[in-house]
Design a protein around this ligand. Structure first.
Ligand code: ZN
Length: 114
């Protein structure tokens, strides 16, 4: 598991978005923070996207990071479910986190099949 995918997952869990565009330097998928800033977690640099139209999904050579991210999210979901099944776990918070993770996973899968 690369550092990049862990960092991306973190941004996504904080409400960020995974974009179809990838970094021109290292081809890591770009993320957009809640504030609207787009950046590369690997280069730790802001990236300016020329096309603002997110609907234009370019056919990227599938970055392996997406596969890693998918695996990471699936693992996180399993852990969350385990926690919710434990006597002390669960509650609304758990459901919210789970919901968020499923959204992120959905987005990753959308990008993978784009
Ligand atoms: Zn980069």
């Amino acid at each position: 598991m690369s550092q990049a995918s862990k960092k991306i997952a973190k941004v996504l869990m904080e409400g960020g978005k995974l974009l179809a565009e990838s970094c021109p330097v290292c081809s890591t998928p770009l993320v957009q923070e809640k504030s609207g800033e787009v950046y590369c977690v690997n280069c730790q640099k802001r990236v300016v996207i020329v096309s603002k139209d997110e609907e234009i999904v370019e056919k990227l050579s599938l970055p392996s990071v997406l596969a890693e991210l998918e695996e990471l999210m699936v693992n996180m979901i399993h852990r969350e479910v385990d926690r919710m099944n434990s006597p002390n776990g669960g509650g609304l918070e758990g459901f919210e986190r789970l919901n968020q993770m499923l959204e992120v996973l959905k987005r990753i899968r959308e990008l993978k099949t784009a």
